[in-house]
Ligand binder design. Structure first.
Ligand SMILES: [Zn+2]
Length: 63
């Protein structure tokens, strides 16, 4: 129970490439089935606006 952390914890803090590029559901990461535009997001400290998408289960939800 005392194993040292060997992987960077911050790796989980940033959305992955596919979700940022609207190639996977923003909310759950699903890549199967149709994806619909879900809106735009920005990351803290970054002016870049990303167009993200949602799967059928999450379409209509606002980012
Ligand atoms: Zn989803």
């Amino acid at each position: 129970m005392s194993a040292p952390l060997s992987s960077p914890a911050e790796a989980n803090d940033q959305p992955n490439f596919a979700r940022l590029h609207g190639e996977a559901c923003w909310f759950c990461g699903a890549v199967n089935g149709p994806l619909t535009p879900a809106g735009e997001v920005t990351l803290d400290g970054d002016a870049q606006v990303w167009q993200v998408a949602a799967c059928q289960a999450h379409q209509g939800r606002r980012v």
